[in-house]
Design a protein around this ligand. Structure first.
Ligand code: PLP
Length: 402
């Protein structure tokens, strides 16, 4: 774990790329294929990557490369690769690391799509995923065997906002020759898992990093060696599974990335304000910024200063009926949208047990503490959060939560 201070936004600020005519934004690649001055040069590129030389846009294209390089700076990784979705980043990483007969140890509290991939699809490829409570390091150690290849977790988990003990998991991974893969979708800028010992960071760029809910995209940040493996023409999971990001989208995400630091601060400020107010009302709030959250101390110790505790919070309002009533009223009151996803400039809310985590069987959800009355909020960039709170409070009164 690196103890030196790191500022992800300063790392990105230095990233200047000119367009073809000195444009302040890099030119957008509008080609799927690239010419060569000689057949020999083309053959050489099939053998190994050549800096600044492109072959075919599913392999690499210049715009995706710019976005990938900026993301690598943000995560302080040697390299990165932009992908067509967060799920593409997760699936290609696991398929690259594991073959038939191999095993992964995964946190039980992961995004529903990740859970479904691990539980339903990977076993068909012969990859077994053992789910565990990763805060129980004894349990994690007992699951490691000679077939284990990776430990997988979310830095701040979806939807319960548990914080992974990354230094401890990195230690177990290192001692046993495993790769620690961390989904950092909930906490870009706030946490830098690679600096804390992770080997691979995956992101759904669809969320905070893009911030405008207008596209689906993802990224893998890792060592140059791992990114080369992913893009290997003959054996790379990125190259051969083919989930490439379109270059026009890569360009728009890169532009949005440059305001991420400001947005994360405002998301966090607003979420903290609401979490404190909800707590004053006596509600059951899950927010790692509250001092009595079980992982508040851990997150405070690991986080980069200046970006707050994140824009996600959850509220347990007691029953599905109340959760549904509250969400309907909040949409009518223009608090935000009843919608899945997160990281948008407006507030989004959904009931995870019946949407984004519905892939997880009911008994597993209960085991995780994911109740039917849980409402997950992705708090927006509202300028007057006091006013937003007053609206939410009226909705809570209307459905008799308070
Ligand atoms: N990881 C987390 C934590 C998510 O919340 C999601 C989607 O909600 C994903 C990964 C998947 O990302 P995408 O929808 O971009 O494939």
């Amino acid at each position: 774990m690196s103890t030196a201070k790191f500022d992800p936004s300063s790392a990105i600020q230095d990233f200047l790329v000119f367009g073809e005519f000195g444009d302040v934004n890099p030119s957008i690649t509008d080609s799927s294929t690239y010419t060569f001055m000689s057949p020999e040069r083309m053959e050489e590129l099939f053998d190994h990557e050549i800096e600044g030389c492109f072959l075919y846009s599913r392999h690499w294209n210049p715009t995706n490369k710019y976005l990938s390089d900026a993301l690598a700076r943000m995560e302080d990784s040697e390299a990165a690769q932009a992908k067509a979705s967060g799920m593409a980043a997760i699936s290609s990483t696991i398929v690259q690391l594991c073959g038939s007969g191999d095993e992964v140890i995964s946190s039980r509290t992961v995004y529903g799509g990740t859970y479904a991939l691990f539980k339903n699809l990977l076993p068909r490829l012969g990859i077994k995923v053992n789910f565990a409570d990763l805060s129980d390091t004894h349990a994690v150690r007992s699951l490691v065997n000679e077939r284990t290849k990776a430990i997988y977790c979310e830095s701040i988990s979806n939807p319960l906002l548990d914080v992974a003990d990354l230094p401890e998991l990195a230690l177990i991974a290192k001692e046993n020759g495993l790769k620690l893969v961390v989904d950092n979708t909930f906490s870009p800028m706030i946490l830098s898992p690679i600096r804390i010992g992770a080997d691979v960071v995956v992101h759904s760029l669809t969320k905070f990093i893009n911030g405008t809910s207008d596209c689906v995209a993802g990224a893998v940040c890792a060592s140059s060696e791992f990114v080369h493996q992913l893009t290997d023409i003959n054996a790379g999971a990125s190259m051969l599974l083919g989930a490439v990001l379109d270059s026009t989208r890569a360009a728009s995400i890169l532009k949005n990335l440059h305001s991420l630091h400001l947005r994360m601060r405002q998301h966090s400020f607003n979420a903290m304000f609401l979490a404190e107010r909800f707590r004053e009302l006596g509600l059951r709030v899950f927010y790692p910024g509250l001092p009595d959250h079980p992982h508040h101390g851990l997150l405070t110790r690991l986080m980069n200063p200046g970006y707050g505790y994140g824009g996600m919070l959850a509220l347990d309002v007691g029953s599905l009926d109340k959760a549904n009533g509250l969400m309907t009223r909040m949409q009518q009151e223009k608090v935000g949208y009843l919608a899945v996803s997160l990281g948008y400039f407006k507030t989004l809310f959904s009931s995870p047990g019946h949407s984004t985590s519905s892939e997880i069987p009911a008994e597993e959800r209960e085991h995780m503490g994911l109740s039917d009355g849980l409402v997950r909020f992705s708090i927006g960039l509202d300028n007057d959060i006091e006013h937003s709170f007053e609206r939410i409070k009226r909705c809570l009164e209307d459905v008799r939560v308070i």
